[in-house]
Write a protein that binds this ligand. Structure first.
Ligand code: UDX
Length: 462
């Protein structure tokens, strides 16, 4: 019997990254690959003890914990990413040097911001393929940062944030300073997180290929730009939809690290079609108490039904048990449902959902696109600023309200999305949703690219 390919998959240790790379792991397992998936000890324990993730894989899947000392706690604090990098370099890199040679590995599939794994792969002459969990558009804007600096467009000048930039090829007509990734928004460029993202991204051509969780009909023009510097791009997204198509199932396979509140689904069952706006700011982003209240008043004043994920750590530096006004309490009782964490893919697929108020994380954006749900985007950090610009200005699938946080604007935007302009947005989201589904079904672009990836890795077996 021919030997099976064995890949080590190494995501950056954060929920958004682990989520989509675990789905790639499952796709490769379905093609008879042996897969070793590397995670921090805390993620390992959460996946083993609190989820049924492992039951979805066969005997060829192995969840491997990295040594102690690398944790994603604190990643959303200032310098959080640089601290995590330091521990990855000092702990994970020597671990990889020992672990890989003893594991008969065919190929490494590594998060594209972990170039230290490329160092190790090059030392031992092992093929490496990068996976970037962000959109092609944000990846490309990260990649062009040195050109922006050279042209004097970075650092951004406070009064020039609404001007379009000239050095991100393919986006010259619409990408403004304020749409650049959050790392680029500072008035100086000394932030260590900024330097890490810039230098890591620039090293992408070191890998034999680049996997992106997107599809050609969504980001074709930007993918053409990326192919000028990384010719071998595998667009295999949306990976969650791809997995559903391969499993020929309507049900979702959540990779949540937290307990999901399933009761919200019964609440949704009692609501009319497209009557509920779903609100979530992802797994990391926090809000100040003032921002939270603006959103809360905006939601209640919009008089629409809402389902809001209020993670226990959502409010920065605060317990959320504080008193709220009678007005908010009554409005929430009448029209709202609050949950700590929900099965988001299932929620977005529910017929009662008519809109999504989101922080524009890439997984959330793709999940919304696949279900044809229009969005209101309030981006917080990293790639989210770019994603929201594409939703609002390029794909025209919703409203980008970045850099504002005002209850009246929020209430008006919700009413516009859910009522006044719903037809206009729904027409586009439904069209893109059908293209998204076409991409992952037999003969579609993502389907073909995954096949090519699988064949390419098989051909690497010595
Ligand atoms: C991070 C970054 O913020 C994001 O911009 C980047 O693209 C990936 O890494 P995160 O902020 O968590 O991720 O956002 P997002 O990418 O949207 O991922 C959140 C995931 O959590 C989604 O897959 C979503 O389905 C899931 N989720 C969210 C739930 O399962 N339940 C919830 O209640 C909320």
């Amino acid at each position: 019997m021919d030997p099976l390919p064995h890949v080590i998959i190494f995501p950056f240790p954060a929920q958004g990254h682990v989520n989509s790379m675990l789905k790639l792991a499952q796709l490769l397992s379905l093609s008879n690959f042996d897969v070793t998936f590397l995670v921090t000890v805390d993620t390992h324990d959460r996946l083993v003890n609190h989820t049924d993730v492992l039951s979805r894989f066969g005997s060829g899947f192995h969840l491997q914990a990295l040594p102690h000392g690398i944790s994603m706690d604190g990643v959303n604090t200032r310098d959080g990413i640089s601290m995590l990098y330091y521990s990855l370099n000092t702990i994970a890199k020597p671990f990889l040097r020992e672990f890989i040679p003893n594991s008969s590995v065919t190929c490494l599939i590594v998060d594209g911001i972990l170039s230290m794994a490329a160092d190790v792969a090059e030392e031992i002459n092992l093929p490496i393929i990068y996976f970037r969990t962000v959109s092609a558009s944000s990846f490309w804007s990260y990649f062009c940062i040195p050109e922006l600096i050279q042209a004097g467009e970075l650092p951004l000048k406070e009064n020039a944030k609404d001007l379009t930039l000239t050095k991100v090829k393919g986006m010259e007509d619409f990408l403004r300073g304020r749409d650049l990734p959050s790392f680029c928004q500072a008035s100086d460029l000394t932030n260590p997180d900024f330097r890490i993202v810039m230098t890591e991204t620039r090293q992408t051509p070191r890998a034999q290929g680049l996997i992106l969780n997107t599809f050609e009909d969504l980001e074709g023009p930007i993918l053409s730009q990326i192919r000028t510097v990384c010719p071998n791009v595998y667009t295999i997204g949306a990976v969650h939809a791809h997995l559903k198509a391969k499993l020929a199932t309507k049900s979702t396979s959540s990779n949540s690290l937290w307990q999901e509140d399933e009761r919200c689904m019964s609440w949704l069952d009692t609501q009319p079609p497209k009557s509920v706006i779903y609100v979530s700011f992802g797994s990391v982003a926090g809000l100040t108490k003032e921002e939270l209240l603006e959103f809360w008043y905006g939601l209640v004043n919009s008089e629409q039904k809402f389902l809001w994920v209020m993670r226990p750590d959502l409010i920065i530096g605060q317990e959320r048990k504080d008193e709220i006004s009678v007005e908010l309490e009554q409005g929430t009782k009448a029209r709202g449902y609050m949950a700590d964490w929900v099965p988001q893919e299932k929620v977005l697929a529910h017929r009662a959902i008519g809109g999504f108020l989101t922080h524009s994380g890439w997984n959330s954006t793709l999940e919304s696109i696949v279900e044809g749900v229009p969005m209101i985007c309030w981006p917080r950090f990293a790639d989210q600023q770019v994603n929201s610009r594409f939703v609002g200005e390029v794909w025209k699938m919703g409203l980008d309200i970045k850099d504002t946080c005002d209850r009246d604007i929020i209430a008006k935007s919700i009413r516009d999305l859910m009522e006044k302009r719903n037809g206009e947005f729904s027409q586009r989201t439904e069209h893109m949703a059908s293209l998204a589904k076409k991409a992952v079904n037999e003969g579609g672009s993502s389907y073909i690219n995954l096949d090519r990836l699988i064949q390419d890795i098989r051909s690497m077996i010595p």
